[in-house]
Design a binder for this molecule. Structure first.
Ligand SMILES: *Cc1c(COP(=O)(O)O)cnc(C)c1O
Length: 360
């Protein structure tokens, strides 16, 4: 009997229970081979088959065009903040960045160490409560790429549209990838830390158009050169094998859920009902412009922050875990990634209503 509770953690986040059960069954003896995936050579036929299947399933889910490479790398999304300019920004070059919150700010800060960053638009003047419309962006002629953060995990601010730009578009999709179908062909490069919607931490997935490879600076560490990773099937050195394997199980699970169309239906329903509950209450509120609200990360505040502690304590008592908002914004945040079932959202809404009745 498992005693699994509802987990609203922003990351590392909930994983689907059937996937964990499968990993548990495989743990000591993977498919009768007499050893665990963690104990296999990454060059063994067994592991290579696990790795290739994972890549193919991800390609199927996102219908990734054949002229894109899929890389399974380390260092998290944060390492990409440096790896992108090291590979794509010439020493004297310039890149456009869109500032919509804490994660895009980190990407901007890091890229600034490697070249000129033009902040082409910022949500700052709107307190990061709305996405700046593309008509107001000041894109520069000289930019070699345009970087943005489709979903700001901490602020709960999300693009409902894909920017239309002439330069390669680069997106930090850490907390939104696989939440619904995506037109990969609109992007030059997509990256996502695994621990939100892909799998366990220790892995970052990069989907990159082949044309963009081979431009790394001479000073770029070998380990950070995308073309080296691509040439070596993401096995220039030992990759995070267990994280790769577990992500592969998630991709299989996603296919069983009806792929990304299936996930979109569930995720659409989850976010709709949670925002509706927040908006119709007197006690809870979410400040984000309605069209720009995140599906995966839903922050909300209580009218009186002295109620935060009792709210969280009561939630925990009911098995609703990790609802505390990010330390930089306070309040609450419910992360409702793919592996968080609709029943978790229903339980949260029920608790919120009951708490409001008692304290409203
Ligand atoms: C979590 C997150 C990151 C940081 O990911 P790490 O893997 O911890 O480096 C970066 N960007 C976004 C949008 C995130 O949600």
């Amino acid at each position: 009997m498992s005693n699994r509770l509802y987990n609203f953690c922003a990351g590392p986040a909930a994983l689907p229970e059937p996937v964990l059960q499968r990993a548990q069954a495989d743990l000591l003896d993977w498919q009768g081979k007499g050893l665990s995936v963690m104990e296999m050579s990454h060059r063994s036929d067994e592991f290579v088959s696990i790795a290739e299947r994972a890549e193919q399933d991800l390609r199927d889910l996102l219908t990734i065009p054949s002229d894109y490479k899929v890389l399974f790398l380390q260092g998290g999304a944060s390492q990409q903040f440096a790896q992108i300019p090291l590979n794509l920004l010439p020493e004297d070059g310039s890149a456009d960045y869109i500032d919509t919150g804490i994660w895009s700010a980190k990407a901007i800060e890091e890229a600034s160490r490697y070249g000129h960053v033009n902040v082409a638009a910022s949500a700052k003047s709107m307190d990061y409560f709305a996405i700046p419309g593309q008509n107001d962006w000041q894109l520069s002629e000289k930019a070699t790429y345009v970087h943005y953060t489709p979903n700001e995990t901490i602020g709960g601010l999300e693009f409902g549209w894909i920017p239309d730009v002439e330069k390669p578009l680069i997106a930090d999709m850490s907390s939104t990838i696989l939440s619904r179908p995506l037109d990969v062909s609109r992007f030059g490069l997509i990256y996502a830390g695994a621990q939100k919607n892909i799998g366990p931490s220790g892995l970052v997935v990069v989907i990159v158009q082949e044309d963009l490879l081979g431009n790394a600076r001479a000073s770029c560490p070998t380990m950070l050169d995308y073309s080296v990773a691509a040439k070596n099937g993401s096995m220039y050195n030992t990759p995070p094998t267990f994280a790769w394997y577990l992500s592969g199980l998630i991709f299989q699970w996603l296919k069983e859920q009806g792929g990304l169309e299936g996930m979109e239906r569930v995720n659409q329903a989850k976010q709709r009902k949670l925002y509706a509950a927040i908006d119709s209450s007197e006690l809870y509120s979410n400040p984000i412009n309605i069209a720009d609200r995140s599906w995966m990360n839903i922050p909300f505040r209580l009218a009186d922050d002295r109620l935060d502690k009792p709210f969280l304590a009561g939630a925990e008592q009911r098995g609703l875990l990790n609802l505390k908002g990010h330390r930089s914004v306070g309040g609450m945040r419910a992360s409702v990634y793919n592996a968080v079932p609709e029943s978790a959202v229903d339980a949260l809404i029920e608790y919120m209503a009951e708490f409001e009745k008692q304290h409203g």
